[in-house]
Design a protein around this ligand. Structure first.
Ligand SMILES: Nc1ncnc2c1ncn2[C@@H]1O[C@H](COP(=O)(O)OP(=O)(O)OP(=O)(O)O)[C@@H](O)[C@H]1O
Ligand SMILES: [Mg+2]
Length: 248
């Protein structure tokens, strides 16, 4: 842990999230250990209800674990107070959701600059950065449009630009192509590939094999736990199922 260059940017240790009690108890996340290195892209796949979104929320400080630890850049985040946690989310994490979650009354450029403004940047700095990001996602000519005037794929590219506003340590994407047709998926796929190549650390929950194939590592999740892990670039193939003593 003493060498910052090898310290994982994102770390989970024995992470658990339970909902309900007694017969209604759900172990949404059930003992997840995860290290994500700087610049790494990790894809998480698994059946509906296996805990993927809950895990992303715990990793990004949108939710607190029932047990275990979540770390971002060497800082334990699950025990931060509300204000410190909100600040950490604003500056350290960029979220991309399946349903885009853009502010519909704000123009495209206003949506993208909002996180920087909320973090106290000057309007001018925030606007300049937003314009650069819109250029990067290929939507400079849509800056003054309302989100309702954009296609689904364009909306998601705006959401990605917004997620990058504060140069986050990590981008967490929850089924970013889940609402998109195949052509729009291809656009968003290219954008994530571009982010990956530029060294952005990414964790992507996806049902889409094409998105998963762009990752360095593919993790399979089932019933709140990691059951298999495949390294897609370099390294060796691990099998968490074997480590956990599961069959197959
Ligand atoms: N707020 C909540 N209260 C109670 N149970 C919840 C809550 N949020 C999630 N769960 C339960 O936790 C489990 C994991 O849910 P989660 O949304 O993380 O799954 P998921 O893998 O993202 O599924 P999907 O692929 O459908 O998005 C599910 O059984 C779900 O019903
Ligand atoms: Mg989900």
């Amino acid at each position: 842990m003493s060498d910052p260059s090898t310290e994982p940017v994102l770390r989970a240790v024995g992470l658990c999230k339970k909902y309900g009690t007694g017969d209604g108890l759900v172990r949404a996340v059930d003992g997840v250990d995860l290290d994500v290195a700087t610049g790494e892209t990790v894809a998480v796949m698994g059946p509906s209800g296996c805990g993927k979104s809950t895990l992303l929320h715990l990793l990004g400080g949108l939710d607190r674990p029932s047990a275990g630890e979540a770390w971002l850049a060497g800082r334990r985040i699950d025990r931060l107070g509300e204000r410190a946690l909100a600040r950490m989310r604003r500056t350290g994490v960029g979220f991309v959701f399946q349903a885009f979650h853009l502010m519909k009354e704000l123009t495209v450029v206003e949506n993208v600059e909002l996180p920087a403004l909320l973090d106290g940047r000057s309007p001018r700095t925030a606007r300049t950065r937003a314009a650069e990001l819109l250029d990067r996602v290929g939507l400079a000519d849509r800056a003054r449009f309302l989100p309702s005037a954009l296609s689904g794929g364009q909306r998601q590219r705006v959401a990605v630009a917004r997620a990058l506003s504060n140069e986050p340590l990590v981008v967490l994407a929850d089924e970013p192509t889940g609402n998109l047709d195949s052509a729009a998926t291809a656009d968003v796929l290219r954008l994530f590939e571009d982010l990956h190549e530029s060294g952005q650390t990414l964790v992507i929950v996806t049902h889409d094999e094409r998105i998963a194939a762009t990752a360095d590592r593919l993790i399979s999740m089932r019933d709140g736990a990691f059951v298999d892990e495949t390294r897609l670039t370099g390294g060796t193939t691990g099998n968490l199922g074997a480590l956990a003593g599961l069959d197959g």
